[in-house]
Design a protein around this ligand. Sequence first.
Ligand SMILES: [Zn+2]
Length: 448
Amino acid sequence: MLPQWTPLPLLLLLLHQSGAASFCTKADQCALGQEIKPVAVPVPAQARYDYTRIYQVELASEEHVRLFQALELASDSCSFMGHARVPGQKLTIMVTAAKVADFDDLVHSYNVTHRILNHNFQALIDANYREVAPEGTTPEQFDWKRYHPLESIYDWLDSLAKKRPEVVSLLDLGSSTQGLPIKGVRIAFGKENLTSVFVESGIHAREWIAPATATYFIDQLLNSEDPVVQEMARSHNWLIFPSVNPDGYRYTFQGDRMWRKNRALFGICRGVDLNRNFPFHWNVTGASGDPCRYDYSGPSAGSEVETQRIVQFLEHNVQSERIRTFISLHSYSQMIMFPYGHSAERVENYQDLKEIGQLAAQRIKDVSGRIYKSGSIYETIYPSSGGSKDWAHGHLKIPITYSYELRGPADSEDLFILSASEIEPTAGEAFAALQTIVQEAGKRGYYQ
Ligand SMILES: [Zn+2]
């Protein structure tokens, strides 16, 4: 390997000595006496984040808030994780390489306290792609030590339904915007008159830990040898969808690791944030009307195919399957949250959800030492509207409704790029918390 600073004449000499003929064009007759046919090497159009930096800024004043609100609107070289809202807030911003000098000047000019969490985000992404199981991985090789593409997850679900048809049935919500199936499983050990737990995962494409955690849940419910888990698995039926945004998830492997939305086309930009698209207090806060933004709520409430698939499935099954628990899986920030997101208004069983959420967070602390915050979405993370759990609770009246923000912590240096070595501990603590939620809700009479 040549050092990066090799001067050009030396480089030419070295190439010449090694017999390389790559400087000959068709017009040249310099090389080995034969015409070199140009070989078309397809360059994949994949988003890159070389020398993209991650900054964390602290907004000390109203002036800072206005400054960063203006910056978010003005520059698509800065991707915000959340929006500038209030003084005292910490905000994580991804800044592309070409914008770094300008951004650094800005934070110094306005005395914004800041920290650089990462200097070259691509390195993290490269490492993460190396942790993906190769194409052709069989269902027997499926595991939680690597991340899996959509096809492998679906093959694994298919194989479960084939192997254990008396317990597992394959569900398909229908096809996505780009024609992929939205597959899940129903796990039922055969007892009559049970209530069901619905798990929705992967609605945000780049949050890879979410589908990995959902498949871990499925595996535990089917294969755990822990009698407590076996008892819980058999006391409910389970409806689990590892990736309800399959187009987006596939695109994070092929196009852009940081993609969040679905892949519907709107003029020059793609994608609706499906978790801003649900038809309940749609687009009132914490969502954008601009298709080029990461939290675009869509052209109308429930406009997206994927949203409609989930809505129809739940409306059709909420009574017959007795769905009393709704869980959605996201990352990152380590939180266990309940409705609402669109306002500070408290849901009717706020006190129960608050207490159960705190017990679930305590369970995680006991299991792994990790600190998860619990509270309503509005109080805990930031106001947002059109989320699936607000709709599930507010419209469908599913009483026990939580959404997880899985690892890492709110000030994570890795954002959504969680190392595969963290899949098992993350999914394990999330599953422990799920057990607590279900046990506590049962004690309080929600499943009678
Ligand atoms: Zn999310």
